[in-house]
Design a protein around this ligand. Structure first.
Ligand SMILES: NC(=O)c1ccc[n+]([C@@H]2O[C@H](COP(=O)([O-])OP(=O)(O)OC[C@H]3O[C@@H](n4cnc5c(N)ncnc54)[C@H](O)[C@@H]3O)[C@@H](O)[C@H]2O)c1
Length: 313
């Protein structure tokens, strides 16, 4: 199939694009190299993708896509976004990259040469709010600009689906980690600070937060399964993550054990909007996609540490 992956220079999108290309699909990867974090890292991911035969297109999703992108695409995996909860990110950045960008790629995808077979929207457990432990049918109560704007993007895609304009589904991901994890996220930041023997900033109380930490390879496997059952996935919202939750302090302990060194923890005031507990309810993903997270948490962290050492030393 001919597949477009948006946000392909980023953390999860780059893995998805590589996996699809290695399975014989013709893959177009798109990214605007947003300066939200190191462009150098994204350029490195792009070089890896190009080596894997992926056609890379540097474009902003708010550009005139019809003049830039191929119009014979079968499936879109839409990862591009302003991710994460951050006090350094303005509402306008979230609005631009999570709502307006989604609307623009969605509108473009309605006018392809042949109707799209599936628009896979990548959503987040943050749409549920401070506790993300329920099934897909529960009322979303986002408690951050990130969660609100991702929910709006999701609903734009699903509204087009309800109006029979497009085949689409939306997949809500839970705390993804692994090689290429964004530099500002927990484990990349922790690994860096332990190796460099520098203080590791931790928001007060967050050591007790419970998270469905999910290995990126498990997510890619689950998302690829959609291609085999597009009819069943059409119109659905599906949670995708690990249904075993670990506390952040357990994760920190594992990283310390693997590296054989203690973190120097520096505590900061707690951050509003941070989820207290996420435990992915994946009954639907199991039923529809036969999804089963396989990577053990400690082994996944070992993979991330190996990647970090390989790219930074
Ligand atoms: N990482 C997680 O734990 C996690 C959890 C839940 C959901 N998600 C979702 O998964 C997706 C990917 O997240 P990630 O962690 O890989 O983030 P990422 O920032 O590494 O990847 C997103 C990519 O999108 C690109 N991008 C942003 N705005 C764009 C625009 N207007 N036009 C073109 N490209 C643009 C960025 O440059 C970046 O490379 C996001 O939709 C995010 O909301 C991530």
């Amino acid at each position: 199939m001919r597949i477009l992956v948006t946000g392909a220079a980023g953390f999860i999108g780059s893995h998805m694009a590589e996996y699809l290309a290695s399975n014989g699909h013709i893959v177009y990867g798109l990214d605007n190299f947003s300066p939200y974090y190191s462009e150098e890292l994204k350029q490195k991911n792009k070089r890896d993708l190009v080596k894997s035969g992926i056609h890379f297109i540097a474009v902003d999703l708010l550009d005139d896509l019809a003049t830039i992108l191929p119009n014979d695409i079968d499936v879109i995996y839409h990862f591009a976004a302003q991710p994460g909860i951050s006090s350094n990110t303005s509402f306008e950045q979230y609005e631009r990259n999570n709502i307006l960008a989604t609307q623009n790629v969605l509108q473009w995808s309605l006018n392809l040469e042949s109707p799209l077979k599936m628009f896979v929207n990548i959503s987040t457990s943050s749409v549920y709010g401070l506790k993300a432990t329920s099934s897909e049918g529960c009322l979303p109560k986002p408690a951050s600009d990130y969660g609100v704007t991702k929910l709006a993007g999701e609903q734009l895609v699903l509204a087009a689906n309800r109006m029979n304009k497009i085949k689409a589904c939306s997949i809500r991901l839970y705390s993804v980690y692994g090689p290429r994890e964004r530099p500002e996220k927990l484990y990349t930041k922790l690994i860096k600070s332990i190796i460099e023997e520098k203080p590791f900033p931790l928001f007060k109380g967050s050591e007790k937060h419970l998270r469905s930490f999910t290995y990126v390879g498990d997510i890619v496997d689950g998302l690829a399964r959609i291609l085999d059952c597009m009819e069943v996935c059409n119109g659905e919202i599906i949670n995708m993550g690990n249904d075993k939750a670990y506390s952040t302090s357990q994760g920190i302990q594992y990283v310390e054990e693997i590296l054989g060194k203690k973190a120097i923890i520096e505590t900061f005031p707690s951050r509003s909007g941070d989820q207290l507990k996420t435990t992915a309810n994946i009954d639907k993903a199991r039923k529809i996609l036969n999804f089963e997270p396989k990577m053990s948490f400690k082994k996944g962290l070992e993979q991330q540490i190996n990647w970090y050492k390989h790219t930074n030393t």
